[in-house]
Design a protein around this ligand. Structure first.
Ligand code: NAD
Length: 264
């Protein structure tokens, strides 16, 4: 089996990364950062998001696992003092894979054929860089509403506990192949009207955002912000690809939610 280890880059994460690398090589696993079967991220949720984006072209062949060197992460759920146990699991026992949906985002530009495609593990957020964002929102090809406000967040079920949660979105179990659209401070009065509630769309229901004013957009895919100019539309739906996590012990989603937000 081929593996790689991705560190957040701080001293503790680098030490643990080296330890994991040495142990796994002693167990005769092959270090291969080009075509890994397992990617171990050492740091926080941000490190796992980075690792996911580095291997989006290998999602069918790669499984992720996260070790946290700070506080408990949502994706990084192994503690530094459990590293020996984790290494033995990876090297010696067949592990279970759980697959979670990811978000596909396609950005089309005015006046050119160029389209850009992104995958998000948590979410895509869209904000205008100047003034309010004004966008028609089409769902499954039909105009649903015209949004006016700070922005929109389209999240995956596993990202529903991240930015989406701060916007009042629902927490969704990642076994559901859905995306969720949450508003950021929509303007609602006698002139402008939006639904005001987060919407959950099933697989194959595409959500298309069509800017009505000629402004630049800040489109954030997980932890990365891209400035988009001349945007004609932003299309979001559940991607064909899924993210695969290596599971070595049960850690039910609702337990993870409870331990992250309520009490451990
Ligand atoms: P960061 O360093 O700003 O950390 C954001 C926090 O979100 C961290 O505590 C991280 O552990 C947590 N987090 C990330 N993914 C999560 C998930 N799926 N469920 C629960 N918590 C999660 O940035 P980062 O570590 O690079 O993470 C980027 C993420 O930050 C974005 O994908 C977005 O979801 C989130 N974010 C949240 C807000 C907000 O809550 N107001 C605003 C912007 C971005």
């Amino acid at each position: 089996m081929k593996f790689t280890v991705k560190s957040r880059g701080d001293h503790d994460s680098n030490m643990i990364t080296q330890k994991i690398k040495n142990y796994l090589q002693e167990f005769e696993l092959t270090y291969n950062s080009e075509e890994p079967d397992v990617v171990i991220s050492v740091g926080g949720d941000g490190t796992l998001l980075e690792a996911f984006h580095e291997y989006t072209d290998r999602l069918y062949d790669t499984a992720f696992v996260g070790v946290h060197t700070g506080h408990l992460g949502f994706y990084a759920d192994w503690k530094p003092d459990e590293v020996e146990k984790l290494v033995i699991h990876i090297a010696k026992t067949p592990f279970k894979i759980v697959e979670y949906p990811v978000l596909e985002v396609v950005v089309r530009h005015h006046g050119e054929q160029k389209t850009e495609r992104f995958l998000a593990l948590n979410e895509c957020s869209v904000k205008s860089t100047e003034g309010s964002l004004v966008m028609d929102i089409e769902i499954k090809g039909d105009l649903f509403e015209t949004f006016r406000g700070d922005g929109l967040c389209i999240s995956t079920p596993s990202g529903s506990t991240a930015y989406n949660k701060a916007l009042g979105g629902a927490i969704l179990h990642p076994s559901l192949s859905t995306i969720q659209l949450a508003e950021m401070a929509s303007i609602n009065n006698r002139v402008y009207r939006t639904i005001g509630s987060p919407l959950v769309l099933p697989q194959h229901h595409t959500c298309l955002l069509k800017p009505l004013n000629d402004v630049d957009f800040q489109v954030t895919i997980d932890h990365k912000t891209l400035l988009q100019k001349e945007v004609k539309s932003i299309q979001c739906r559940v991607a064909e690809e899924k993210v695969r996590f290596a599971r070595f012990r049960p850690f039910p989603f609702w337990k993870r939610v409870k331990e992250s937000f309520i009490t451990d």
